[in-house]
Design a protein around this ligand. Structure first.
Ligand SMILES: [Zn+2]
Length: 140
């Protein structure tokens, strides 16, 4: 039998239970302390420490931490700013973090967060400010 390797790139972050993440991923909290995340295949159970993945079409799903670490390796190549969500500003000197959000891959936005609060600046980012990589596809 022929062997195949997955070649799709995903973005992921570890679920901490923060309000910012809960809002971003529309997490539902049950009365029994259970948590669920809506996915393309319906709601999925979520536990603290699970990774929430974002696929190429902007879809989300949960991956158990041990499975995530066995399956995925962090992409180190290329620009850390636009590929790894490295802050654009110097965080030791500021009390907020500016990153490029690719929650909607076709429409990257500047995300500004302070502690638990964050908002997306209504400002589409066409090119990475650090490396100049094109982040958006033209519609025409
Ligand atoms: Zn970049």
């Amino acid at each position: 039998m022929t062997k195949y390797r997955k070649k799709s790139l995903i973005e992921a972050e570890q679920w901490t239970g923060s309000k910012v993440m809960a809002d971003k991923y529309h997490i539902q909290f049950g009365a029994a302390g259970d948590m669920r995340i809506p996915t393309l295949e319906g709601d999925m159970t979520l536990d603290f420490g699970d990774y929430i993945a974002t696929g190429v079409r902007g879809e989300h799903w949960a991956i158990e931490e041990s499975i995530f670490k066995e399956t995925y390796g962090e992409v180190q190549d290329g620009c850390g700013c636009c590929r790894a969500q490295t802050p654009l500003n110097r965080t030791p000197n500021s009390d907020f973090v500016i990153t490029i959000s690719k929650l909607d891959p076709g429409n990257p936005q500047l995300e500004i967060s302070m502690d638990e609060d964050g908002y997306f600046a209504d400002c589409p980012v066409n090119f990475c400010p650090k490396c100049g990589r094109k982040l958006r596809e033209d519609n025409e």
